[in-house]
Design a protein around this ligand. Structure first.
Ligand code: PLP
Length: 393
């Protein structure tokens, strides 16, 4: 018997990848599967960004870079945040990482251990809980409620803080719900957090460009009173349709920067150099492709919400951000995961069951509308036929 570390039996995963594999396997057998499962833009990375990566390789940028990323890219991130949110960020606080995920991984490793509590959104991105469990810390779910339009509640969040709380994870715009938390609620939360100076905050703002209906994204960096304990997670994956490039960044306060830098040196050395040059072009180049993609997501959002609300037993709140809808399916009689499985196997529509995002996800499913309007309409049709003809299992 191999003697492995028990923590590895506690680590979880992201079921969206398993659903993607199953959808691809069914497609390989000749089935027509519409994939509204995985959360990645269906657009191509804009050409000028791809060209910048090719040029970087041709120019000889194929070696190691500094572990924290190339200086011009860190500078560009600082300028971009300054411009968009009127905040002052030093390039020395910026770290380039292989995607958004490493920031949650590192933050949770830095704060998690047996005896510590870490607060995370439920339903929320599944890797938060997985990593908390891995470290042996206690995962404390912060309920994200449909009644609250899937925004987090400052009051409920603050009530969960105890002397054991080390880290609070926030995510707006949110996966899987599309919820956006407005400025008034964030102001309230930050004011409350001033009473708990020993609690670090990791704000996952990877969907910050994708807000609709006149909402504006509230960046946590704009709050000086928590700045010395705020970790910001962001990256290029969603905004620039670059999920496969593996490019993200973090803002780390104080000594956490050095901890994260050492983790990077131990783990991945640095991010692929050509991807970093692509990221630089993305930030410095024209932003109209981003605006076009967001406008297209907005159009599809309306189609998907309207279509879902016509399905028997389904009701869907209008998501204000990201590219997900999180309809309530309780009146269909189906359990969420059973419905997601049956829809994939029998109707060729891939979606994700709400419980894959936490216990409070029961009664909901997640649809990613990062797919063409035509496919979204076909999927809604199939779902309608399925729900009309099949009894809940
Ligand atoms: N944070 C949230 C809320 C996400 O939904 C995702 C991806 O789905 C990530 C982080 C990870 O992004 P990346 O692919 O850049 O690692």
């Amino acid at each position: 018997m191999l003697k492995t570390v028990p923590a590895f039996d506690r680590i979880g995963e992201e079921n969206a990848f398993a659903v993607l594999a199953r959808a691809n396997a069914l497609a390989a057998q000749g089935r027509d599967v519409i994939n509204l499962g995985i959360g990645q833009p269906d657009f191509r990375t804009p050409d000028f960004i791809v060209e910048a990566a090719i040029k970087a390789l041709r120019d000889g940028h194929h070696g190691y870079t500094p572990a924290v990323g190339i200086t011009p890219l860190r500078e560009a991130v600082a300028v971009d945040l300054g411009k968009r949110f009127k905040v002052s960020v030093s390039p020395d606080e910026v770290m380039i990482l292989p995607g958004g995920k490493p920031t949650m991984f590192m933050s949770i490793l830095i704060f998690g251990e047996p005896g510590a509590d870490i607060l995370y959104p439920d339903p929320g991105f599944p890797i938060y809980r997985s990593m908390i469990e891995y470290t042996g810390a206690r995962p404390i779910p912060v309920p994200i409620r449909e009644e609250n339009n899937f925004a987090f509640s400052a009051e409920e969040t603050l009530e969960l803080i105890t002397p054991q709380t080390r880290l609070l994870i926030l995510n707006s715009p949110a996966n899987p719900t599309g919820g956006v938390t407005g400025k008034r609620e964030v102001d309230k939360l930050v004011a409350g957090l001033e009473r708990f100076p020993e609690v670090a905050i990791m704000s996952d703002e990877i969907y910050d460009h994708m807000v609709y209906d006149g909402e504006t994204h509230v960046c946590l960096l704009a709050y000086p009173s928590i700045r010395d304990r705020l970790i910001l997670l962001n990256g290029w994956s969603k905004t620039y349709a670059m999920t496969g490039w593996r490019l993200g960044y973090a803002i780390w306060p104080g000594k956490l920067y050095d901890y994260a830098r050492k983790l990077a040196v131990n783990l991945h050395s640095c991010v692929n150099a050509s991807a970093q040059y692509a990221g630089l072009a993305a930030l410095k180049g024209p932003q109209d492709e981003v605006a076009k993609m967001v406008a297209e997501f907005d159009r599809r959002r309306k189609v998907v919400v309207e279509g879902l609300n016509r399905l028997p037993g389904v009701s869907c709140a209008t998501p204000k951000g990201a590219f997900y809808a999180f309809p309530n399916i309780k009146r269909t009689g189906w359990k969420a995961k059973a419905l997601a499985n049956a829809l994939l196997e029998d109707a060729g529509v891939a979606i994700i069951g709400g419980p894959d995002f936490g216990v409070l996800g029961e009664g909901y499913v997640r649809l990613s509308y990062a797919n063409s309007t035509e496919n979204i309409l076909r999927a809604l049709n199939r779902m309608g036929e399925f729900l009309t003809s099949r009894k809940a299992a």
